[in-house]
Design a protein around this ligand. Sequence first.
Ligand code: SF4
Length: 341
Amino acid sequence: MKPFLPKRVFFEPKALDYSLGRRLYDFFRQKDIEARMTASHNRVTGIPGKTVREGYREAKETLVIGVRKSGSFATCKPSAHYQLPLATSCPGMCEYCYLATTLGKKPYLRVYVNIEEILDQAQAYINERAPEITVFEGSATSDPVPTEYLTGALKRTIEFFGRQELGRFRFVTKYSQVESLLNADHNGHTRFRFSLNAAAIIDRYEHRTASMAERVEAAAKVARAGYPLGFIVAPIFVYPGWEQDYQAMFSALDAQLPLDARKDVTFEFISHRFTTRAKANILEIFPQTTLPLNEQDRKFKFGQFGYGKYVYTAEVMQAVKTFMQRQVAAYFPEAKTEYFV
Ligand code: SF4
């Protein structure tokens, strides 16, 4: 995969007070990429697009470079205590993106130049909760890997947590550009997770992300670098031939992951589900989508805050759960399954 290069860049004026901001400004000027100023990284105007679809595509090629204001971090239950805001959005165009309903119609990418200040805030949270361990999630609002070659924020964060007795870090990616992270002093304090799916599903729905084979290869490199590893298998679909496709995914992992790296591996399984709002968004951006979004085929599950979602029926869920459990037992008997939903 080629590294992500935006079509246009916006800078908050204050970002240029930081060495990273100035370095990025020079970098984009050299590349002849249009750079403009924006008063706030939260309200960016001037991204083209006459329709929702065009606006979405243009936003995915727009990078905003800003300063993350100090303030509290959002909580991130149940997998972590806090979100660690390293970036927002990503260049991928997954039809079922989990951020689609939260980032609005123009999910432009954002990176922050004041990473040291963000980590100072993380330190304050760690100190506050001592002697308990505090866990931070680095991908609650983004995939932080595609912009890593520009900012180095992920490596700085991994090394920050490497030095923490009471702080732990986790993040997840659908990308494979992991080279710059392999020599980081992680000290086993960062769980490096990959989002995986059957190859056919990735090829069909996860546009502009790494293929299954690329992610598996990257996971093997990360495992050899000694990181605790994790896989989120999501969203899981049931269709003719799903068992063979998911089995091929496990066997690709089996073929590449070193044996000694399998002791500390976690799995998270999420079956496909959708809300009425998510379906409307998807149909607006991907009108030709082949995603299975037929309410009649699903069970309606009431949600906590009044909205509900369409999930697979109990029978299908049980079949998927049993299948995944068997795969994990066969290929990764020492792995921990964190949850299945
Ligand atoms: Fe969304 Fe992740 Fe796909 Fe990016 S890679 S579009 S954040 S699901």
